[in-house]
Design a protein around this ligand. Structure first.
Ligand code: G6P
Ligand code: MG
Length: 220
């Protein structure tokens, strides 16, 4: 068995990836930039400021924005996002996730969060999942966001577990890249068009079964 599972939050544990998309889309519309689902794939897993940079580059390629302007825009996006997550409760845990966490516990497999979000701990609390986690990596714990491996390597070293004994679970291309660079077994939630680099891929969390995942991990 692996010794640790490191979970991404948004789009893996709960569908806040959709709320991030809606909040960015609203902000972008207000400054006349179109953000569609296709473009949004490039934003998944990317931290707040880097996401904003990508959106501004799409709309105003080459134009320089002051840090004050950028902070104001990022803050506005986060206000929209906070409104959207206000009513999150345990019913918003994606199918299969709590079963997987329970199986980790039964097998004494450590559990960590590997999220780029500043809102990660608040969301885990709202979902009432915090007590499952041995360690939480959020935006405050890393210098280099995904696709840099730092998010996942930070979690593994805090748990004292070698990367080769870790499984990382992600819905974002940047996240899969981060797990692979960390030298861990990568599990993708989504489709092969975006997540072809995943070691193991399932369409959605309902299809993420502990036994199947372990069978594939053992053959790696
Ligand atoms: C996660 C999401 C991204 C989001 C980032 C920062 O990685 O996948 O879509 O931009 O967190 O979230 P925050 O809550 O700090 O703005
Ligand atoms: Mg995600």
């Amino acid at each position: 068995y692996p010794k640790a599972f490191i979970y991404d939050l948004d789009g893996v544990i709960t569908d806040t990836a959709e709320f991030h998309f809606l909040a960015w889309q609203k902000l972008a519309e207000e400054i006349n930039i179109s953000v569609d689902r296709q473009f949004n794939e490039q934003l998944k897993g990317i931290n707040r400021m880097d996401s904003l940079d990508r959106i501004l580059e799409r709309g105003f390629s080459g134009r320089i924005f002051s840090n004050t302007e950028k902070v104001a825009l990022a803050t506005r996006k986060n206000e929209y996002y906070l409104k959207l997550i206000e009513s999150i409760d345990p019913s918003h845990i994606l199918p299969g996730i709590e079963t997987l966490l329970q199986k980790n516990k039964e097998r004494h497999i450590k559990i960590a969060l590997g999220s780029a979000s500043n809102n990660a701990s608040a969301i885990l609390d709202k979902l009432e999942l915090t007590s499952y986690f041995d360690y939480i990596v959020d935006a405050s714990k890393v210098k280099k966001g995904k696709p840099d491996p730092e998010t996942f390597t930070t979690a593994a070293s805090a748990l004292g577990i070698a990367p080769d004994d870790c499984v990382g679970i992600e819905d974002a291309a940047a996240g899969i890249e981060s797990i692979n660079k960390a030298g861990m077994f990568s599990v993708g939630i989504g489709n092969a068009q975006h997540l072809a680099a995943a070691d193991y891929l399932v369409e959605d969390t309902a299809k993420l079964l502990f036994e199947d995942l372990i069978a594939c991990y053992s053959k790696r």
